[in-house]
Design a protein around this ligand. Structure first.
Ligand code: SF4
Ligand code: SF4
Length: 126
């Protein structure tokens, strides 16, 4: 069952957001398409994972050339089928205590994740 949670976290000044790769949406059954008056075909996500409507030809060109299109900020927590990741806007602002909301990075719709703890000697220990 999907976990009800946010697609952005602002609990510290790092500012983390889930983002999705729209090129990976090609072939997804949840992708819709429509032909605009300008003669171009645009695609978007039925599930509302992201709210952008992108020209299909641009995505196909990126796919064919192996280029990145650029990540789109998620409007809701991505689904397990999405190519998604968390981006941190200001990682250098991570407080000394570390991330206080590690659950935010849990993979969409469950799955396993790892919490790493790195112990280092403090100057006071010398
Ligand atoms: S469900 Fe995910 S992979 Fe499918 S169209 Fe939406 S954002 Fe893309
Ligand atoms: S580092 Fe952790 S607490 Fe800070 S914004 Fe990112 S997920 Fe939230």
């Amino acid at each position: 069952m999907a976990i009800d949670r946010d697609s952005s976290c602002r609990r510290c000044r790092v500012y983390c957001d889930w983002v999705v790769d729209p090129v990976a949406c090609l072939g997804c059954s949840r992708l819709y398409a429509y032909d605009a008056k300008d003669g171009r075909r645009y695609v978007g996500c039925v599930e509302g994972v992201h709210r952008a409507e992108v020209e299909l030809a641009a995505l196909e060109s990126c796919l064919a050339d192996g280029r990145a299109f650029g990540a789109i900020r998620a409007a809701r927590v991505p689904l397990a089928i999405c190519s998604a990741r968390v981006e941190a806007a200001y990682p250098q602002r991570l407080p000394e205590i570390g991330c206080v909301n590690p659950e935010f990075r849990e993979p969409p719709e469950g799955g396993t994740f790892t919490i790493s703890v790195r112990a280092s000697a403090s100057p006071d220990d010398a």
